[in-house]
Design a protein around this ligand. Structure first.
Ligand code: FPP
Length: 244
């Protein structure tokens, strides 16, 4: 019999490194961009499934700060796809009560892409269900450096002092301020690394790696990962007996 999810034990925040679009395309003798197009379909499936299941925050690593170094044509195509996705998906986000949010160096995005993103975040701002958080032009080290700069600006203004800095206070200066830390970080595509993604926030995240290439990622696999998560014991540095 198929195991069912315990909705009381769901992760609040699922974060995904969507990897393997290029290899998926190569396997089918297609151009890389076709892999990204198929990747968008997997994004749509996953967003819908997570929202329906009751996940509170879904963060997707859609474009890293290092991805700017890819061939200009691929970067252009990815930006175009992102714009298309935003345009096409917004009505479905609103229908499913999903609020769009973004983290990363958004000012680096092409002005039309940034404008589209801001418009769509605005349009979904009163949605109260899942938060779909897109990491765009995102790098965790940049995020931490920016957070420290913002904190020290407050020190210079005399509003706080270095002694007052705690992990909780630093959280307020990160792009992810107000969001819970990810409970799960999942990476598709068979690589076993975090690639500068949510390094600070990952402190107690459960890590999942799957060989599945992102365009092949399905609702069934997501469900199996959530089931596996429910069987893991998260001790946060304590011992089993302390948890009960
Ligand atoms: C990694 O695959 C994927 C990316 C760099 C981009 C992810 C983008 C999408 C899934 C589509 C756009 C997303 C949204 C939210 C609109 P890769 O190209 O590194 O694959 P490879 O390792 O097989 O070459």
């Amino acid at each position: 019999m198929q195991e069912t999810l315990d909705h009381k034990k769901l992760p609040r925040h699922v974060a995904i490194i969507m990897d393997g679009n290029g290899r998926w395309a190569k396997k089918q003798k297609l151009q890389r961009i076709r892999g990204h197009e198929a990747g968008i379909k997997a994004v749509e499936r996953t967003v819908e499934y997570c929202a329906k299941t009751g996940i509170q925050v879904l963060t997707l690593y859609a474009f890293s700060s290092e991805n700017w170094q890819r061939p200009a044509l691929e970067v252009m195509a990815l930006m175009k796809l992102l714009r298309l996705f935003l345009r096409r998906e917004t009505s479905r986000l609103i229908k499913n009560n999903i609020r769009l949010r973004a983290i990363g160096h958004l000012q680096r995005l092409d002005p039309p892409v940034l404008a589209e993103l801001e418009q769509r975040m605005d349009e979904t701002s009163s949605c109260t269900g899942m938060v779909l958080n897109l990491a765009l032009s995102y790098g965790s080290r940049d995020e931490m450096v920016d957070a420290m700069k913002r904190f020290y600006q407050e020190v210079e203004k005399g509003n706080t002092s270095a002694q007052e800095l705690t992990p909780e206070i630093l959280n307020h200066y990160l792009d992810t301020a107000g969001l819970p830390d990810p409970d799960i970080i999942l990476r598709t595509g068979g690589e076993y690394r975090l690639s500068n993604f949510l390094l600070w926030q990952a402190a107690y995240a459960e890590l999942y790696f799957t060989e599945t290439l992102w365009p092949d990622f399905s609702e069934t696999e997501m469900k199996n990962i959530l089931l596996d998560y429910q069987h893991r014991e998260r001790r946060f540095g304590m011992i089993s007996e302390q948890l009960s």
